[in-house]
Design a binder for this molecule. Sequence first.
Ligand code: CP
Ligand code: NVA
Length: 304
Amino acid sequence: MTVRHFRSMLDLSSAELDTLIDRASAMKQELRAGQNHTAASGKVMAMIFEKSSTRTRVSFEAGMSQLGGHAMFLSPQDTQLGRGEPVEDSARVISSMVDVVMIRTFGHDIVERFAEYSSVPVINALSDSFHPCQLLADMQTYREHRGSIQGRKVTWVGDGNNMCHSYINAARQFDFELTVACPQGFDPDPELVAANAERVTIIRDPELAAKGSDLLVTDVFASMGQEQEQEQRLKQFAGYQLNETLLACAHPDALYMHCLPAHRGEEISASLMDRPDTVIWEEAENRLHAQKALLEFLLDAHTK
Ligand code: CP
Ligand code: NVA
């Protein structure tokens, strides 16, 4: 049996992603109406975290419980993963005992190698290259507030990082135009950009990039693992803040997003974070609903 994974946005078809986002919104309403779900009844998820997390851990753990299953937190400090047991061996053993695995790690090759040796679905909960789970929540949030994102203009402001890469994949899967505004030296992966050249443009000037945009998105200047570059990056990213001035360049109906955690006054202004009409908090909440829909999809696909 071929095991379905969610290593990147490209592991699901556009049609599957569309259905999944709608299902996430439906599950959100059903949760509010007090309806129970049983998609993960009797199922166990292993959650491997090699990096810190608030949203991802809480949403997956709560989500698995709400689906009738159980989630197990595993950190390198407490498992043999941290003492050098090979990824391939760990994948074979862990997947023999659970129904789905979620992994947050450094190199994307670790996610790929884990998935190759896993007998159950593997979810990428952030690697140095991609953060597809966040994109499910972002796409859900946009659709709930503004309808289909197809044909819309999205602007990424800041580092060409894992989130930016997942936006490039999302541009392909959801058929939107993506403009990336980043300083020289912080471009997203050139191969990924080239493979999506018909949809992705890099522009240095953030105001030009934001012109007429339907969605502005940013993320921290220094990602996890780059903490030592924080001070230097603050200088290199000067002028790349998502703030009221930049938002004023966008379409009057534009939304703005941030995957969080945010550094107020760095990549995003405090005033945008604290606006009463911001969707940022709902974007975070939607991690729960979108990942429940993802778990339901993967668990169902695995039993067929
Ligand atoms: N956005 C996100 O993945 O947040 P955490 O790092 O808190 O999980
Ligand atoms: N780019 C950030 C995203 C955090 C959710 C990081 O990798 O640290």
